[in-house]
Design a protein around this ligand. Structure first.
Ligand SMILES: Cc1ncc(COP(=O)(O)O)c(C=O)c1O
Length: 391
């Protein structure tokens, strides 16, 4: 009897995905703060600034009206506005019929994977990379295949590395992010184009996570849509538009996938929160405000690029975009969890250990998020320098 109860209550094997380790850092930082210390928070990958004023005002006005379900694909005028954004930003003519509004890009991944892959399909992702890629694929019964990146290829996957794997055991898909998390590194437009063409010729489906577009400093980010109309693009209002908690994003799907995704979304969620969709459409009118926020990140980035080497962290990946700097700590430690814990407890600077993003070499890296104030950046550099000096 007891045995049967245990069986009924036991979770499925596919729900056994690892937690996000950054959550542990947040709890530890809260403990340090409760003990009376000021912590510089560089662990969480989200903007400190609020949503654009235009978005907040539109949401306030909408609260007085009925907030009903919307079409499964999203509010028509928002989908049209997103399509117009591709014309304005990338000079790409996009049919709004291909745009699907999603509950953050996180729900976009679920819809994309369900519409593109069968259980057991192998999907290539870069290592290091954003952990939920692996975990969502696994929960859906697909097999994430880590593809190592390194200095020689500017931390990007290449046609050679992908096709070599594909020849051994075929890949059904490849997922690329540029700018990437945790590295903040971007693919050069030619490198992205080469990869998309090579995967297309090999019959590998291509997904481009463009959530950090708009936050590019080294060179302009390229959209996969300019290269192929067979790529599926995922984006979000979370990062450039500072709307993480509003949970709204979008997919641009190849035309044959739009209807299957509509059916999936209708069944899985009915529609995306209406208030957030209304705010998202108005967010496009707040670009000047958001460009000001972006400028703040650029200043922060410069403070870290110049300050961290003097503080003792000389080696980091190309700091091209998003708001991350991925620093090598191998000179000091073989255990990024222990290093991050000591840096938090002794220097009161919180960062995320690389093992969250890279099961192979993450013990040698820390991710710093620079989406906070300039004063915080100066303070972090000062504290890290003094702390490393004492090691
Ligand atoms: C690379 C990347 N993709 C997707 C997401 C998910 O963001 P959201 O669901 O808020 O759009 C994140 C969040 O940090 C991310 O870093």
């Amino acid at each position: 009897m007891l045995e049967r109860a245990r069986h009924i209550l036991s979770p499925s094997a596919r729900s056994d995905v690892p937690p996000f380790m950054v959550m542990d850092v947040i709890v530890a930082a809260t403990r340090v703060e409760a003990a009376g210390h000021h912590v510089v928070h560089m662990e969480v990958g989200q903007p400190a600034a609020p949503a654009p004023r235009t978005a907040i005002d539109a949401a306030r006005r909408a609260l007085d009206g009925p907030l009903r379900y919307t079409e499964a694909l999203g509010i028509g005028s928002l989908r049209a506005r997103i399509a117009r954004h591709y014309g304005e930003t990338y000079n790409v003519d996009l049919d709004p019929a291909r745009v699907i509004v999603t509950t953050g890009s996180s729900a976009g991944f679920i819809l994309a994977f369900l519409s593109m892959f069968e259980p057991g399909d192998r999907v290539g992702i870069a290592n290091p990379g954003y952990p939920p890629y692996r975990h969502i694929l696994k929960a859906l019964g697909c097999e994430p295949v880590l593809i190592e990146t390194g200095d020689a290829t500017r931390w990007a996957m290449t046609p050679e590395s992908v096709l070599a794997l594909h020849r051994k055991t075929p890949l059904a898909g490849l997922l690329v992010a540029s700018p990437a998390n945790p590295t903040g590194t971007m693919m050069r437009p030619e490198a992205l184009a080469d990869l998309i063409r090579a995967t297309g010729e090999a019959g590998i489906r291509f997904i481009s996570d463009e959530i950090y577009h708009g936050l590019d400093y080294a060179f302009p980010a390229e959209t996969a849509l300019r290269i192929s109309d067979q790529a599926l693009v995922i984006n979000s209002f979370s990062k450039y538009f500072c709307m993480t908690g509003w949970r709204v994003g979008w997919i641009v799907a190849p035309e044959p996938l739009a209807r299957p995704i509509e059916r999936l979304q209708g069944n899985l969620a009915i529609s995306v929160p209406t208030l957030s969709q209304i705010a998202a459409e108005a967010a496009f009118n707040g670009r000047d405000e958001m460009d000001g926020v972006k400028h703040g990140y650029e200043v922060n980035r410069r403070i870290l690029i110049e300050g961290l080497p003097k503080a003792g962290l000389e080696t980091f990946l190309p700091v091209d975009g998003a708001f991350y700097l991925y620093a090598n700590i191998a000179r000091f430690s073989d255990d990024s969890c222990d290093f991050a814990r000591r840096m938090l407890e002794q220097a009161h600077v919180a960062a995320t250990p690389g093992v969250d993003f890279d099961p192979i070499d993450g013990r040698h890296y820390l991710r710093f998020c620079y989406a906070q104030s300039q004063a915080d950046m100066h303070e972090a550099v000062k504290r890290i320098g003094a702390w490393l000096h004492r090691q």
